[in-house]
Design a protein around this ligand. Structure first.
Ligand code: FES
Length: 107
């Protein structure tokens, strides 16, 4: 299990253990964390699993694929550097301690 911190827009933190191989979106969904809706179930076609990655983690994540990049255009107030779609990132050992912040709303 890998510890990930999800921070709601109001500042409330949720520190949860997410299994290796699950996506960050699944970690939020399976732990009942509000703020990540994931309407398409992880198919990279809704942009409602958008988060802002903590600046200290931006360079440690796998790069965005073209599909994620395109879909982020539909997210609410995307940031060109910090925004990611959580259904497109699988949890691995290198993500221990990852911190993510939720946008004010999803689309
Ligand atoms: Fe729909 Fe990530 S869950 S784009």
């Amino acid at each position: 299990m890998i510890k990930i911190t999800y921070v709601e827009h109001n500042g409330r933190e949720h520190v949860v253990d997410v299994p290796r191989g699950a996506t960050i979106m699944e970690g939020a969904r399976d732990n009942g964390i509000p703020g990540i809706e994931a309407d398409c179930g992880g198919a990279c076609s809704c942009a409602t699993c958008h988060v802002y990655v903590d600046p200290s983690w931006v360079g440690k994540l796998p790069p965005k694929e073209a599909m994620e990049n395109d879909m982020l255009d539909f997210a609410f107030e995307p940031d060109p550097v910090r925004s990611r779609l959580t259904c497109q990132i699988r949890v691995n050992d290198g993500l221990e301690g990852l911190v993510l912040r939720m946008p004010e709303k999803q689309v």
